[in-house]
Write a protein that binds this ligand. Structure first.
Ligand SMILES: Nc1nc2[nH]cc(C(=O)O)c2c(=O)[nH]1
Ligand code: SF4
Ligand SMILES: [Mg+2]
Length: 234
């Protein structure tokens, strides 16, 4: 499978989940390479823009994960929570399924842009989907980033949350329409500020919380940005 490379090494790290409903949980992150979209504000473009990626077998990835767990999480309570992100991890479903087969007893979250439907086999191994559908402000071609049938398939799993990046007040209307078409319940929607720096996050937070209150949906902060600013690999 292809892993993103950060500072010339495959991107696997131990941190707290910074976004969504598991925010704050100690987690191993695995970033896969490649994406089918090209968001203008992508904060991990290095994971898909450059052709370089680290090719590893699922067994090698498992070994690298366990090395980090052993080195960084406590011996008396080793981390067994993984977030797989990208890029778009569902472009590598076959290999991902093999890896998840090796992560027996782990809690698995997948961050996805919601354009690729998971196979039933893969879905059975995933505890939580963090789906982040890309609105028109992402600059992707219309129809490419928002795929209603695929979003509906995620909604039907019962373990998906839908995390939308807010750039403007007017984004709510696009979210409302998307949710209605795909059958996404309000209780599963989170709004998150568009921000790649601590200063941008601080400036946008109150405004996005205001939109959440107005429409009775959850807010998600971006803890890793609040804490480590625009640093990658944390
Ligand atoms: N700490 C931390 N939490 C995250 N949650 C989602 C991330 C992502 O890049 O998909 C991410 C990330 O890069 N770091
Ligand atoms: S879907 Fe995610 S990884 Fe892909 S370009 Fe958009 S923000 Fe970047
Ligand atoms: Mg990130």
């Amino acid at each position: 499978m292809k892993l993103a490379r950060l500072n010339s090494v495959p991107e696997i790290f131990y941190s707290v989940q910074g976004e969504g409903v598991s925010q704050g949980s100690p987690t191993v992150f695995l970033r896969l390479a490649g994406c089918n979209l090209a968001c203008s504000w992508c904060d991990t473009a290095y994971s898909w823009k450059r052709q370089e990626a680290e090719e590893m077998t699922p067994h090698q990835v498992l070994r690298a994960i366990m090395d980090i767990v052993e080195a960084e999480s406590p011996e008396d309570s080793p981390c067994r929570h993984i977030v797989i992100t990208g890029g778009e991890p569902l472009l590598q479903q076959q290999e991902l399924g093999e890896l998840l087969g090796l992560l027996d007893g782990w809690r698995v979250e997948i961050e996805t842009n919601g354009t690729q439907a998971p196979s039933g086999e893969l879905a059975a191994r995933v505890d939580q989907w963090n789906v982040s559908p890309k609105l028109s402000h992402s600059g992707n071609r219309t129809g490419r980033a928002l795929v209603p049938d695929t979003l509906a398939a995620f909604a039907a799993t019962g373990n998906a949350w839908f995390k939308f990046v807010i750039a403007h007040e007017s984004d709510w209307e696009e979210i409302r329409q998307t949710a209605e078409t795909a059958g996404i319940p309000r209780s599963r929607i989170l709004l998150m500020p568009m921000a790649t720096t601590r200063a941008e996050l601080a400036a946008a937070r109150a405004h996005v919380i205001g939109i959440c209150l107005q429409h009775n949906v959850r807010y998600s902060d971006r803890l890793h940005i609040a804490v480590w600013d625009s640093r990658q690999g944390v």
